[in-house]
Ligand binder design. Structure first.
Ligand SMILES: N[C@@H](CCC(=O)N[C@@H](CS)C(=O)NCC(=O)O)C(=O)O
Length: 141
């Protein structure tokens, strides 16, 4: 019973996101060291960053930060000053940042051709699209 639900919600989310992250895009320079992403699965803003990483075919170390997570959450607070996710660290440039839109713009500027795909570059509209889908999925439970 759970498995079909998982598949259905995954497919619905992918459809709701217009397949963003399914296909690679224009690539730029490649990072020497893997990027570091602090995030958690249920966070819609983190999803945007994961989609960007997929489109840009980038190697990343993911540090899972679920609510109450004892290991990596404190590290984000210490390094960045607050617990807010996603949080990206790029050891290649020394950049570290919060805010999914800033992270997405940075990734496409640094490791793509500079242009952000519409589905990821529409700012608050992108977020609204994610949030409305989540609300819809909640009603199915
Ligand atoms: N404007 C931020 C919003 C990020 C945000 O609200 N993240 C939530 C998770 S979805 C968060 O980190 N909440 C604090 C927490 O989980 O402790 C962005 O686009 O990155």
């Amino acid at each position: 019973m759970i498995r079909p639900f998982d598949v259905a919600t995954s497919v619905l989310t992918t459809l709701g996101r217009l397949g963003t992250g399914m296909r690679v895009g224009a690539l730029g320079k490649r990072p020497v060291q893997p990027l570091e992403l602090y995030e958690f699965e249920a966070c819609p803003f983190c999803r945007k960053v994961r989609e960007a990483l997929s489109i840009l075919d980038l190697e990343v170390i993911v540090y899972p930060c679920p609510k109450g997570g004892p290991t990596y959450r404190p590290r984000v607070r210490e390094q960045g000053g607050k617990e807010l996710f996603p949080y990206l660290v790029d050891p290649n440039s020394g950049e570290a940042m919060y805010e999914s839109d800033d992270i997405v713009a940075y990734l496409f500027s640094e490791y793509g051709d500079g242009s952000v795909p519409l589905a990821l570059g529409a700012g608050v509209l992108t977020d609204a699209q994610i949030q409305s889908l989540i609300l819809y999925l909640e009603t199915l439970k």
